[in-house]
Design a protein around this ligand. Structure first.
Ligand code: 6PG
Length: 474
């Protein structure tokens, strides 16, 4: 197995849909890659479908053969389910690999696990990196967005392969090194949180068009298609249009009328919300999107609610500019959602001392990943200008918000009056309103805290803190 013609530049373990497609992508880009799967039937099936690329693939049936087929210092990509399977695979590889060999976890890991694994690797070897890979099956096969984390010199060893297999935006690879340890997986997690909010906001305007304006799925699909030619151009708007316009082959009805309104989730959106809360940084649009998935799952409770309270009044007046106003509302919501996502990454970067180049992150999200959109190009320019400023305040986005804010406000208000839930857009509006208010209502919170707990407050008319109100003595 270690004869010259079987020596591979890189290896991959886990030939599920994502792993198999990533291996084919690596092979297609000219790299010789060894593959291994826990069940060797899967390896056989994978090889049988590899076609011309089979020449660059080295199938192996044991972990020992797999390791022996790799050129030292070895690099092994893991594409196994996140969680215990990753730890088990690392434990199985450890005795077979040298300290300078490198394990790259390309799954959707929780970045805290990646931090822990990086520490363990520093103690026990081999080397370890965690990379976020986005783009679903198609991205894995033809070019994902790759968010690199771990030691810089480890990235330097495999970066040329990761850049080669990544999506390109005007020839620029959508793959970059972002920081130590769990930095790549944290960015992938935030990507998914933004993905949740982006999807939820689209679902909310879909709801206004369906239940408020009484539009058909096809008509709604046409609206999304039109929007995809403008500022909202994005993969998620594009596929929403396609989803809306597709008919169920069995019944002929629109697919959207057949799909049950109970959303699944694997957890990465929830991790984003948890992380935002832990880091003390606002991500309310993302949190709302996660909460809605949880509410959507409670189908029986929702039905009982409808029986108890009756359906919400829904029909809304559709005026001439209503669809344009919805588009504007979505633009405003989207800007806020990204401002929150980038704010979260910035906070994590401070906390961990990670590089986290925000303009670079916006750049590698411009293609390949699920949230790819035209707006990300403008975001990368705004962040290059000043990465520490709230994205809402960058001149381009400040102007866009000035143009669209009124539409968001009217849309949220109208929806509320008609009983149409728009929680992510509403959270975005509240964030906007709070973040443009110099004098908030938190003085009341401070008064309450000082009243019941003598927690102290700062005064508007003096420096320093620890002041108390005259209520302590009753
Ligand atoms: C991606 C996706 C991918 C996956 C999500 C789905 O970037 O390629 O985000 O990672 O499709 O994890 O997440 P939910 O099952 O939680 O919706």
């Amino acid at each position: 197995m270690s004869s010259k013609d079987t020596v591979a530049e890189i290896g991959l373990i886990g030939l599920g849909t994502m792993g198999g497609n990533l291996a084919l992508n690596i092979a297609e880009n000219g790299f010789r890659i060894a593959v291994f799967n826990r069940t060797s039937e899967k390896t056989d099936q994978f090889m049988a479908k590899a076609g011309d690329l089979a020449d660059r693939l080295v199938p192996t049936k044991t972990l020992e053969d797999f390791v022996a087929s790799l050129q030292p210092p070895r690099a092994v990509i893991l594409m196994v389910p996140a969680g215990e399977a990753v730890d088990a695979q690392i434990a199985a590889l450890r005795p077979l690999l040298g300290d300078e060999d490198l394990i790259i976890d390309a799954g959707n890991a929780n970045y805290h696990d990646t931090n822990r694994r990086a520490e363990e690797a520093a103690e026990k070897g081999p080397r370890f990196m965690g990379i976020g890979v986005s783009g679903g099956e198609e991205g894995a096969r033809f070019g994902p967005s790759i968010m690199g984390g771990g030691a810089r010199d480890a990235w330097n060893r495999v970066g040329h392969i990761l850049e080669a297999i990544s999506a390109k935006y005007e020839d620029v690879p959508c793959a970059a090194y972002l920081g130590e340890a769990g930095a790549g997986h944290l960015v992938k997690t935030v990507h998914n949180g933004i993905e949740y909010a982006d999807m939820q906001m689209i679902a909310e305007v879909y709801g206004v068009m369906r239940d408020g304006f009484g539009m058909t799925a096809n008509e709604i699909g046409d609206v999304f298609e039109t929007w995809n030619g403008g500022i909202l151009q994005s993969y998620l708007i594009e596929i929403s249009s396609k989803v809306a316009k597709t008919a169920d082959p069995e019944t002929g009805k629109p697919m959207l009328d057949i799909i049950l309104d109970r959303a699944g989730q694997k957890g990465t959106g929830r991790w984003t919300a948890i992380e935002a809360l832990m880091l003390g940084t606002p991500a309310s649009a993302i949190e709302a999107a996660v909460a809605v998935r949880n509410m959507s799952a409670r189908l029986d409770d929702r039905k009982a609610g409808e029986a108890a309270f009756g359906p919400a009044p829904q029909s809304m007046e559709r005026a001439a500019g209503s669809i344009n106003a919805l588009e504007a509302a979505l633009v405003a919501g989207k800007i806020v959602c990204y401002a929150q996502g980038f704010g979260l990454i910035l906070e994590a970067a401070k906390q961990y001392g990670w590089a986290m180049p925000l303009p670079e992150i916006a750049k590698i999200w411009r293609n390949g990943c699920i949230i790819r959109s035209a707006m990300l190009n403008d975001m990368s320019s705004a962040l290059a200008d000043d990465a520490s400023r709230n994205l809402m305040l960058a001149p381009f986005f400040r102007d866009k918000l000035k143009e669209t804010e009124a539409s968001l406000r009217r849309m949220v208000a109208e929806a509320a009056l008609h009983g149409l839930p728009v929680p992510a857009l509403s959270a975005a509006l509240s964030y906007f309103d709070i973040m443009r208010t110099g004098r908030s209502t938190a003085n009341m919170l401070q008064g309450q805290r000082d009243f019941f707990g003598a927690h102290g407050f700062e005064r508007t008319d003096r420096d320093g803190g620890g002041f108390h109100g005259p209520w302590a003595m009753g």
